[in-house]
Write a protein of this length. Sequence first.
Length: 168
Amino acid sequence: MLTQHTYFNLDAYKDPSTSKIWNHTIQLPYSKRYLEAGEDAVPTGKILTAAPGSINDFASTTFALGHAQNDPTFSGNCGAGGRCEGYNNFWLIEGAPKDAVVLTLASPFSGIKADLRTDQVGAVIYTCNWMDGSAALKSTQGTTTTKTVGRSSCIAIEAQDFPDGINQ
């Protein structure tokens, strides 16, 4: 399965209020459905539909990635028996016109916006919940206090085919 796994923090870790990406906004206008994550954090193959306003709804409007942080199911949303907070999920891209923007990630702090166009069937959104603070930031990033990539402080967006599709 070909994909890329680049980590982003559109604030370059310079937002003095937080090093986390929960204030970044995201919209996936063609992605009402997503794959259920199993206890091993691998998709089960079951396709679910995100209810408007729910944890996994990024189709109905633009939401902050942390819009559901206070929801009791936020911890464990991406499987792994509750050890995974946030997102490590695959959203299907359905009905998008050719060359349409299928995902927009933005930061209200930095003003940076990134648009994704792809011909793939979906995208994995991973909010770096397994990062343990051992990966060093580039010298152009961070502050005097933030020097490493911590949990939930970055996001990877991976346009690809169905993960684990061969087994499902």
